[in-house]
Write a protein that binds this ligand. Structure first.
Ligand code: NAD
Length: 420
């Protein structure tokens, strides 16, 4: 096993060092056992909502070191600022093709000059023991190459969605990480988000009755025709893999099921220079084994629209916006328990910490505690297989059947523990 974490003891190293004498239940990472969380006395009455309490971040020296690869919009606007809210991870290296930009950003975030890399020198990350996890935030076609190279450099990999451009590339990424004994996580930020987690919990507890239908729309109006998102070789596709994937993914994680029949409809306005290579809009229908169905649309030419609604026999949960980085609004509707002649519609508001800090803290914990990520490579591969089937369906003008999954949440790791 490659060892890039000299300060943090993995369970395997601990067992090895003690000749396997410690039992799994007796084992505790020594750094965590040594630092009990600080708690404060309650200030509010029991009728008030529970506060998360102090964040209790780990000391800097014990956190997982991250390298962020690609310094575009998502990295600069969301991911790097999120390190300020993290409890288990810290930014230690940057990878960019633009040295001047990397140096400017390094100054802002306190990254050492020696920890700046470009796409050629990327493999030298193997000699930087401070870096344990690498976050790939590049155009979609580059995800596979940089995941494989990161794994070969002995680093754990967290990769943006869509996982890659094809399911074959997704499989290569999974294989490379497995071979190098490194973790692979896909950045499905909403699977760690409190409102989405609440809907998952309501669905699993049957609070909405039997799930029947999911509808969702995710759209934005695209600008510059020359950006990589409009080049098939770089993006893999248009609205579907970029924004439609959120609807597809939510239908899967709210129900826990995998679709067995899918049908897709693609459209691009003729002569619009943005959509010469990738689709402008993609609508799709998914059928699941229990009879649950999803109907979703994704757009590259509508004003920002991000709504969803999960409908069961006894109630519904609706979010608008439902896919944004912040400002999510969740409403739940069902027959009133107090007034049988009325419906209750309640708004459930959770605090909204950075979704990126949450998912990166989860992945950091997986590295520290040797746990399978909640959204591993297999979860990204599952979406990509369905996306491929949807494109085939749109091309052939008919529904495409898919293999049934053997269990609920077939491709997910254990639920995230992150709170707050
Ligand atoms: P972006 O265009 O803003 O940034 C891409 C970065 O890659 C830039 O720094 C660019 O210089 C670099 N790059 C390297 N080689 C390139 C090439 N050949 N062509 C173009 N750029 C190249 O894109 P972004 O919005 O930051 O998206 C990056 C990734 O993050 C994509 O996979 C995207 O799907 C994903 N993303 C995820 C979310 C989310 O909510 N999870 C949101 C936005 C983007």
């Amino acid at each position: 096993m490659m060892d890039d974490a000299p300060r943090l003891w993995t369970r395997r190293r601990m067992l090895g060092a003690t000749g396997g004498l410690l039992t799994a239940s007796a084992w505790m990472p020594p750094v965590l056992a040594a630092a009990p969380p600080v708690k404060l006395p309650d200030t509010f009455a029991k009728t008030e909502r529970e506060r998360p309490g102090p964040p209790n971040p780990q000391p800097e020296s014990e956190r997982v070191g991250w390298a962020v690869v690609g310094l575009g919009h998502l990295s600069l606007e969301e991911i790097l600022p999120a390190f300020g809210q993290m409890k288990r991870g810290k930014l230690v290296a940057l990878v960019s093709g633009d040295r001047a930009k990397a140096q400017a950003i390094a100054k802002q975030y306190g990254v050492a000059d020696k920890s700046l890399y470009d796409y050629k020198s990327f493999d030298q990350l193997k000699d930087n023991p401070e870096v344990q996890a690498v976050y790939i935030v590049l155009p979609n076609s580059m995800h596979a190459e940089f995941t494989v190279r990161a794994a070969q450099a002995g680093k754990h990999v967290f990769c943006e969605k869509p996982m890659a451009n094809t399911s074959a590339e997704c499989q290569q990424m999974i294989d490379a990480c497995r071979k190098a004994d490194r973790k692979l996580g896909i950045a499905y930020r909403l699977q760690y988000e409190p409102h989405h987690r609440a809907v998952i919990q309501m669905a699993r507890n049957k609070e909405l009755g039997t799930l029947k239908l999911f509808t969702a729309n995710n759209g934005q109006n695209q600008g510059d025709p020359n950006q990589w998102r409009h080049k098939k070789a770089l993006a893999g596709g248009g609205a579907l893999p970029d924004v439609g994937i959120y609807c597809l993914s939510a239908a899967r994680y709210f129900s826990g099921e995998e679709p067995t029949e899918v049908q897709g409809f693609s459209y691009s306005t003729p002569d619009d220079p943005r959509f010469k290579e990738v689709e402008e809009s993609f609508a799709f229908h998914l059928r699941f084994p229990s009879g649950f169905q999803a109907h979703c649309t994704s757009h590259y030419s509508t004003h920002e629209t991000k709504d969803l609604r999960l409908m069961g026999t006894d109630g519904w949960a609706s979010m608008d916006p439902g896919f944004s980085y912040s400002g999510l609004r969740l409403r739940v509707g069902m027959k009133s328990k107090s007034f049988p002649k009325a419906d209750d519609t309640v708004e459930r508001s959770f605090s909204q910490p950075s979704q990126f800090a949450r998912e990166m803290d989860h992945f950091s914990r997986c590295v520290q505690e040797n746990v399978v990520p909640h959204t591993p490579g297999e979860e990204g591969l599952a979406d990509m297989r369905i996306i491929e089937a949807l494109y085939r369906s749109a091309q052939e003008g008919q529904a495409v059947k898919l293999e049934a999954a053997k269990k609920l949440d077939a491709f997910r790791g254990p639920p995230p523990k992150e709170e707050g």
